[in-house]
Design a protein around this ligand. Structure first.
Ligand SMILES: Cc1ncc(COP(=O)(O)O)c(C=O)c1O
Length: 314
């Protein structure tokens, strides 16, 4: 995937050139994956660039830092403001925003407590994560032989880089076997999530999604889809979901900042429903994208406009 990086990077309160955003290889994060991050989309709208659910993403980063005892020294509001500035100084029209928080150079042993905490905010242009046709036509996926991180191993509520070693195993296995993405089961064998997406299943008009106890990331898109589905009058239930529900579902779809709302047309080569994106999936996809792209009223205040002076949410 060709990526265009934006030149200015925010580091601990200052803007620096992309090329200077480097670290020493002995930094704690390199050996021990002591890093947290976020993935946020800034959409092009008729009112200029607008960040989707900025506060919710930054609040999740703050939560992740609390779980991992990483003192940020910046409030959620300050980081939100810095991300708005990042969009402005780079004169971005639309982009993917990537805050990273990690333990830097210092102690080379596992003990992380005395290494400095570094924060970088960067931006790049990112197209459709699972491919250009994915949103329109759907994707073919498999259930992974790798399970999602189990409770009491790594905390799934934190968006920590270490979790993404598990994601990489899931994703690589899927791609090497000819699928677009893999779905992981949780420690008890119920559906958890994709390597970088939450998942929803539709059966007999009801929409199901795994609960947080199934080792899922508390996705911002997941939250948005729950809200939109309820507004559209659907019954939506957070519940443990057995694997075989994927095979007999009427519709299955992934959601996430990168994947947006991506229909799933087959799982393990078993056709989902009619083998093409279902009506509820497409309705929710359009509801979400219409708000994000400024084509529908933003009644929940999900967009932070970056082209004009803004007060960030507290
Ligand atoms: C493992 C995992 N689950 C779910 C999601 C979806 O979360 P969000 O909607 O906040 O992007 C992501 C995306 O970052 C992810 O990496």
């Amino acid at each position: 995937m060709a990526v265009k990086y934006f030149e200015k990077v925010w580091h601990n309160g200052e803007f620096i050139p992309w090329a200077d955003a480097t670290i020493h290889v002995a930094s704690h994060v390199v050996s021990y994956a002591s890093c947290l991050f976020e993935g946020i989309r800034c959409y092009e709208t008729p009112q200029g660039p607008a960040i989707f659910r900025l506060k919710d993403h930054v609040d999740r980063l703050v939560d992740s830092s609390k779980i991992y005892r990483m003192e940020l020294n910046y409030s959620s509001e300050q980081l939100q403001q810095a991300l708005v500035e990042l969009v402005r100084v780079n004169e971005v029209r639309h982009c993917y925003l990537r805050p990273v928080v990690f333990r830097g150079y210092g102690n080379v042993g596992v003990d992380p407590l005395h290494n400095p905490i570094e924060i970088y905010l960067m931006a790049w242009e990112w197209g459709k994560y699972l491919g250009h046709e994915a949103l329109r036509d759907g994707v073919d996926v498999c259930v992974s032989s790798w399970g999602r991180i189990a409770p009491n191993t790594l905390p799934a509520l934190a968006k920590a880089s270490a979790n993404y070693m598990n994601s990489q195993l899931i994703h690589m296995e899927a791609v090497i076997n000819g699928y677009t993405e893999g779905i992981a089961l949780d420690a008890s064998g119920h559906i958890s999530e994709g390597s970088g997406e939450n998942i929803f299943v539709v059966r007999h008009g009801r929409i199901l999604t795994p609960p947080l106890s199934s080792s899922v990331l508390p996705g911002v898109t997941r939250m948005s889809i729950v809200t939109l589905a309820q507004e559209l009058g659907y019954a939506i239930v957070e519940t443990e979901i057995p694997r075989e529900m994927l095979y007999i579902a009427d519709e299955v779809f992934f959601v996430g900042t990168a994947a947006e709302v991506t229909p799933i047309r087959s799982v393990d080569r078993i056709q989902v429903g009619k083998g093409k994106p279902g009506p509820i999936t497409l309705e929710l996809q359009e509801s979400l994208l219409a708000i994000a792209q400024g084509r529908a009223e933003d009644k929940h205040g999900w967009l932070t406009l970056c082209g004009q002076t803004v007060a960030v949410a507290t």
